[in-house]
Design a protein around this ligand. Structure first.
Ligand SMILES: Cc1cc2nc3c(=O)[nH]c(=O)nc-3n(C[C@H](O)[C@H](O)[C@H](O)COP(=O)(O)OP(=O)(O)OC[C@H]3O[C@@H](n4cnc5c(N)ncnc54)[C@H](O)[C@@H]3O)c2cc1C
Length: 574
């Protein structure tokens, strides 16, 4: 069963945030106990039975409603939510560490609070004081959950194409009409009310993304006591059958279908200014994207643990290093060791990037250098989201490989990790869109100085590795120098390239930046901890994975022309 990597998380966290290892360790250890004892045992039933829809009502798998109640009564939902609304106001970095633990035990479970956190953030930043007072305490306590309603059949990555509409209904209210698809936890029986944040267009709004407004639409309209009252005109018309995340209901939501009688149109309240809905959504986008990155780390960690345990048990063939009787446990085969260490190294690098991003978001909220840290968080967010979720998929797939045929059999629990992980590179902005965001918005911001500053810090890490004279690092310093150099050159090329060339190189550039920064962060951690195992993992990363940087730089800077020619020659573009 999944054992949260409490020590690894607590020590990495303490190094990033400067928080005492004991404080971080205590919270993380308690979360670990809950996840291992309560969430992990219900993950299998969640995957096997899934959420069920009948007559507009979604029933969660057996035991999940009680699990959620226990989790919320433990105060976990408000860990890093604002104290003003009943949260504990702890750093986001700690919230993310704990989120890794929930998602490692069950990604389908971890998704519910992920969406609620997004709703809390959007409302705390943009809603009117009366709306905040009515909804935020319930969302922060977890009594009510939140959703994000962007996607429509014709509006996926292109959110600006959405067509849901909102008509003024007097007294500051609006009636919402339209269909939203793929809405995570759009309907369920975990909580007594669901607060939908819905993007829709007001009459006469400009076309495209400049004409979108954000509305709060509750499933039940709160009564005078603030308790769930009249049913609102919001119907779950279907839930998707899907590859993974079976316990997380992915709902088709109908607003204004008239399904519950009374006047048609779901009652909603404007959040933020008219036609500025996308900006409101962007407030929570950094955190939600980072939280999805953390899902990738969580699944990668769970897959690594599972593969390690299996490799220590399963015996096949002879291995030079095995001194025991009979066949060797497969963990003694060099090729299996390579797989296991690649899993560990990628997971650690992805975690380090995510924590560096969380730390930057926390610092951006402080008084000192807020603009600098906002820039750093903006730059790291697409890298954290895309790299960590790709790592989740790669590592879960390698985990199946380590299990051999047993990995393909559901009973081992290796397959579900890959099935669950596969959505994370798609939702919350596909990884392709993240890469485009990186090269077309984040990289050019401040004339490229945000990345330069980060790479400068990473240069200093490489220097410190060299200065340490620790033979345990092997050739880490030189390899970091080289990877950071490749990243710098590719960035310079992309900054001055024509838009089409920059878009062609976006995905390889994002991975290049992730490897260079991730490798440096691993080195920084190893330098601080002076732990032989961390140093060995850092060296393994540098000498076995980091050399991909050169190939990625070539792909990012020189691959565009052949891409364009091949696309014209081969793809059915007409
Ligand atoms: C399980 C699940 C849960 C979800 N939860 C939610 C939720 O809670 N709320 C919500 O609103 N949505 C949710 N979604 C929707 C999700 O965010 C979208 O699926 C995602 O944004 C991609 O949109 P799409 O599926 O329409 O793909 P498309 O936008 O059609 O993309 C298809 C492919 O084309 C690429 N592409 C598209 N546009 C461009 C471009 N301009 N440049 C380069 N490449 C491009 C994409 O990268 C992708 O590879 C969920 C989806 C799933 C499957």
């Amino acid at each position: 069963m999944y054992q949260p990597p409490v020590e690894a998380i607590a020590s990495a966290l303490a190094r990033f945030t400067g928080a005492g290892e004991d404080v971080a360790g205590a919270v993380v250890a308690e979360a670990g106990r809950f996840a291992g004892g309560a969430i992990a045992p219900l993950a299998t039933v969640g995957d096997r039975d899934g959420a069920k829809l009948a007559g507009g009502v979604v029933t969660m798998p057996e035991g999940w409603a009680a699990l959620y109640r226990r989790w919320r009564e433990g105060g976990w939902n408000g860990l890093s939510a604002p104290e003003e609304w009943g949260g504990q106001g702890l750093p986001l970095a700690l919230g993310m560490a704990v989120a890794e633990i929930w998602n490692g035990a069950s990604m389908a479970f971890g998704l519910a609070p992920l969406l609620t956190s997004g709703a809390i953030e959007a409302l705390a930043a943009h809603a009117s004081p009366p709306l905040q007072a009515l909804y935020l305490p319930k969302l922060v306590s977890g009594e009510w959950t939140g959703t994000m309603n962007l996607t429509e059949p014709q509006a996926g990555s292109d959110v600006g194409a959405l067509a849901a509409r909102a008509e003024p209904a007097g007294e500051g209210r609006f009636r919402i009409f339209g269909q939203k698809i793929y809405i995570t936890y759009g309907e369920h029986d975990l909580a007594e009310n669901i607060v939908h944040l819905v993007l829709a267009r007001l009459p006469g709004a400009p076309a495209g993304s400049r004409g979108i407004s954000l509305f709060l639409v509750p499933k039940f309209l709160p009564n005078a006591e603030g308790r769930p009252g009249t049913r609102n005109d919001v119907l779950c018309a279907g839930i998707e059958r899907k590859l993974g995340l079976h316990a997380s209901p992915t709902c088709t939501m109908l607003y204004g279908s008239g399904a519950f009688g009374g006047e048609a149109g779901a009652l909603g309240w404007l959040v933020g200014e008219e036609n500025r809905g996308l900006n409101c959504m962007f407030t929570m986008m950094n955190n939600a994207r980072l939280a999805v990155g953390i899902q990738g780390v969580a699944v990668a960690e769970a897959a690594t643990q599972k593969a390690l345990a299996y490799a220590a048990e399963r015996r096949q063939g002879r291995a030079a290093g095995f001194k025991g009787e009979g066949s060797a446990p497969i963990i003694h085969h060099r090729d299996v060791q390579r797989a296991l260490l690649t899993m560990k190294a990628l997971t650690a690098a992805a975690r380090a990037i995510c924590y560096a991003c969380a730390d930057a978001i926390d610092r951006s909220r402080g008084a000192d250098d807020a603009a600098f840290w906002t820039g750093r968080a903006d730059l790291l967010t697409p890298v954290a989201k895309a790299f960590a979720t790709d790592v989740g998929v790669d590592v879960a797939s390698t985990g199946i490989q380590v299990h051999g045929g047993m990995g393909f059999i559901e009973d081992t629990g290796a397959a579900v990790l890959l099935r669950d992980a596969r959505i994370a590179p798609i939702y919350e902005g596909t990884n392709g869109i993240q890469a485009i965001d990186l090269v077309s918005r984040k990289l050019p911001a401040e004339g490229g100085r945000t990345l330069q500053a980060l790479l400068g810090e990473m240069d200093a890490v490489a220097q410190a590795v060299r200065a340490s004279n620790d033979p345990g690092f092997g050739t880490t310093a030189e390899r970091l120098d080289r990877a950071l150099g490749h990243c710098r050159e590719a960035a310079e090329f992309l900054l001055s390239a024509a838009p089409d060339a920059a878009l062609s190189g976006a995905t390889p550039f994002l991975r290049l930046a992730a490897l260079a920064v991730g490798g440096s962060l691993l080195a920084s951690q190893a330098l601080q901890s002076r732990d032989a195992a961390e140093t060995a993992l850092c060296r393994f990363f540098a000498e076995n994975l980091l050399d991909e940087a050169g190939a990625l730089a070539s792909r990012a800077t020189q691959g565009g022309e052949s891409l364009a020619i091949a696309a014209e020659a081969i793809l059915p573009l007409s």
